[in-house]
Design a protein around this ligand. Structure first.
Ligand code: ADP
Ligand code: MG
Length: 256
């Protein structure tokens, strides 16, 4: 019996910003339907890793496969820069990305924010895209906000729209980069609840967050990053309750 293909398979990834070696050989596998939570101090390379997986950042070495399909690669001098832009765009279409600061289009309604990409890039008809968007907005608890503009919504509501927008492209994997860090504390729970409900329906996700309680409840795997490396990874009960590395312990004692 062969091992199941990982939905996300990151191998030997390196990234430099000039002299700064920001990712120092990262390997990460996320199985279909699994949730991986990435913890780590500021500057440890978490965002660069997520952005690299999604091609928002060019990786210098290593490979990224999504559902078995190669995304980033460098061998014998071949770099991602040399991959066809068309291939990058096609492969990126399988990945949903939710940013810390929502990144909604301010001049579009909530409904238009969710339908824009499916209509523009998937050639979906407007009625079909709108029907799907309304269903997704209901799923994130915003069925009554379709006609609103982002500025009329709370941060928590805006982030839930951003999640609906990412889901509209039916991605194979969803990446979250500190999705609740920009929110007032009382709005964090509603966004985490939506992410938790996605986990329950088998959405493959990588979530960078400092919410250790969320990690404990929702993660299949917790990854601790420090200085561009994965220092420790495993089930939440192991990494959070019995960390083996001093740096993991020190980090957890600061955030808990
Ligand atoms: P984290 O998300 O864990 O806080 P980042 O991936 O954002 O960490 O950053 C890792 C390191 O790379 C930091 O030292 C940061 O200053 C640096 N860095 C991030 N983006 C850039 C960039 N575009 N140019 C130069 N340095 C960067
Ligand atoms: Mg970051």
């Amino acid at each position: 019996m062969s091992a199941p293909v990982a939905m996300v398979d990151v191998r030997g990834v390196h990234k430099w910003f000039g002299q700064l070696h920001v990712l120092r050989g990262v390997d990460l596998r996320v199985g279909a339907g699994e949730v991986t939570v990435v913890l780590g101090p500021s500057g440890s390379g978490k965002s660069t890793l997520l952005r690299g997986i999604n091609h928002l950042e060019r990786l210098d070495r290593g490979s990224v496969r999504i559902d078995g399909e190669l995304i980033g690669y460098r061998r014998a001098g071949r770099t991602l820069r040399e991959l066809k832009e068309r291939d990058v765009l096609r492969q990126r279409a399988h990945i949903g990305f939710v940013f810390q600061n929502f990144h909604l289009f301010p001049h579009l309604t909530v409904l238009e924010n969710v339908t824009e990409a499916p209509i523009a890039t998937r050639r979906r008809t407007r009625p079909a895209a709108e029907a799907q968007a309304l269903a997704l907005l209901a799923r994130v608890g915003l069925g009554d906000k379709a006609a609103s503009y982002p500025r009329q919504l709370s941060g928590g509501q805006q982030q839930r729209v951003a999640i609906a927008r990412a889901l509209a492209l039916e991605p194979k994997v969803l990446l979250f980069d500190e999705p609740t860090s920009a929110l007032d504390p009382e709005l964090v729970g509603e966004v985490l609840a939506v992410i938790r409900s996605l986990a329950e329906t088998g959405t493959t996700m990588i979530v960078v967050t400092h919410e250790v309680g969320f990690a404990r409840e929702v993660a299949d795997t917790v990854v601790f990053m420090d200085e561009g490396r994965i220092v420790e990874q495993g089930p939440p009960q192991e990494v959070l309750d019995r960390p083996r590395h001093e740096r993991t312990r020190a980090f957890l004692s600061r955030v808990l």
